[in-house]
Design a protein around this ligand. Structure first.
Ligand code: ADP
Length: 282
């Protein structure tokens, strides 16, 4: 709590009078702490590849100058570190752009099966390298979602990328689309029933229950070294969450350690809602 004093005019009393107020600043402090943590994390994430780039540049200009084999090796590492910084900066910029737009909900009609099929085409090579298959399953009459096509492409790319990264080689990654009777309570009541559900399903290592509530925090990873080695920034699911919030949708993460993970995104339908199925009469 913070105490604030406001002086009051008091012509009838000797001395001065003040109004003392107790203000709950817990939420404000928490926000300040989150911002400070974010800046510290982002700086740390950028500093590591930057130090490596500087170190290898120095080595290349001195001891490795006349060693063609070392030069090749160091240049490859430098390129990878540069790419890592680029991915991080692109994700940070995406997050800040999405945050700025959070209060203006999108209004395009987005046909999701086509949009997701384009994303899977883009990731096909990556999947094939792990002998994985990507499939999209949707009913033929699926209505469009209300959305921002670019942002939705980005989040399904992030989810499919995770499913490939953390999926077991040789297993399929499936995307299933459906209209569901009711979305999770996190969605605004008027948009929840019915709505669209897109599930990205992998058969990978899964995630222990204790980690699930924190996965959408910026830079939170179950295994930092493994995520980095796989090219992760730790921002993919934070981006998904912010896009979903802007769309007034919701997301759920279900996982069976050792068996796989299903991430579902729920989005409002565009246009007139399909009639609800009548309850069977007695
Ligand atoms: P990253 O860039 O590290 O993949 P994300 O924000 O996309 O960051 O995901 C956060 C963490 O959640 C990952 O580091 C990983 O530990 C875990 N994770 C995300 N998706 C999956 C998945 N499909 N299977 C297993 N773990 C996952």
């Amino acid at each position: 709590f913070e105490v604030r004093a406001t002086p009051l005019p008091s012509p009838s009393i000797d001395g001065s009078v003040a109004l003392l107020g107790l203000h709950d600043i817990t939420a404000l402090r928490r926000l300040e702490q989150m911002r400070a943590d974010f800046v510290a994390n982002a700086s740390h994430e950028l500093r590591t590849p930057l130090s490596s780039l500087i170190g290898f540049t120095e080595t290349l200009s001195t001891s490795a100058k006349n060693d063609p084999e070392a030069r090749e090796r160091f240049l490859a590492i430098m390129l990878e570190q540069g790419r890592r910084m680029q991915r991080l900066i692109e994700d940070l910029l995406s997050l800040s752009r999405i945050e700025m737009e959070e209060h203006t909900p999108p209004d395009e009609a987005v046909v999701l099966p086509g949009l997701i099929a384009s994303v899977t085409r883009f990731l096909e090579i990556k999947a094939r390298e792990k002998t994985m298959t990507l499939s999209v399953e949707a009913p033929p009459d699926l209505p469009p979602a209300i959305g921002d096509a670019d942002q939705l492409s980005q989040i399904f790319q992030n989810l499919l990328d995770n499913a490939i990264k953390y999926g077991r080689p040789g297993t399929p990654v499936e995307v299933r689309l459906a209209v569901v009777e009711r979305g999770p309570p996190a969605m605004p009541a008027g948009l929840r029933a019915p709505c669209l559900r897109v599930s990205v399903i992998d058969h990978g290592e899964g995630i222990a229950k204790a980690h699930l509530p924190r996965l959408t925090e910026r830079f939170y990873r179950v295994d930092k070294a493994r995520s980095r080695a796989l090219g992760g920034t730790g921002l993919g699911l934070a981006i998904v969450k912010h896009v979903v919030v802007r769309h007034r949708g919701a997301m759920t993460i279900e996982s069976d350690p050792g068996l796989g993970t299903t991430v579902s995104v729920f989005l409002p339908l565009h246009g007139p809602r399909p009639p609800r199925r009548a309850a069977p009469s007695a």
